[in-house]
Write a protein that binds this ligand. Sequence first.
Ligand SMILES: [Cu+2]
Length: 155
Amino acid sequence: MRLPIAAAIASIALFACSAAEQQAPAEAVENAWVRLPAVDGRPAAAYFTLNGGEVGDTLLAIDSARVATVELHETTMEGGAMRMRPIMSADVPAGETVTFEPGGRHAMLFGIDPEITPGISLSLNFRFDSGRDVSIDAVTIAAGDDAPFEIAQPE
Ligand SMILES: [Cu+2]
């Protein structure tokens, strides 16, 4: 039996992808965590660290099967008040690390599955401009809990 050409090409492409992943020196996304809302129905916030790797990339979007809508936000000070606004993307230059953290950039999760309670991990899919998709299981914590990863303090 002859293997259809399309299937043969697909299997070669699949092999090439997995080989490339194995060579990656640092994970593109690390230390993902989600602070769940204090009140059901309110949005949650996700934080994480992005590694630019050797060529850099741009984060375009995040989605999750357990979340209706995810927006990328940045926090700004306007007239002494903290506000946040959507951003369309986040550049991650080659060799650099970009951290989304409380008080700065974050992802806002609207319409989160109520079965996601503190301690139940939430799979997030990060979509990059290069076409790469990275799925990571984020740690979830309650609204009042301490961050599960160390957060760099502003100087
Ligand atoms: Cu926000």
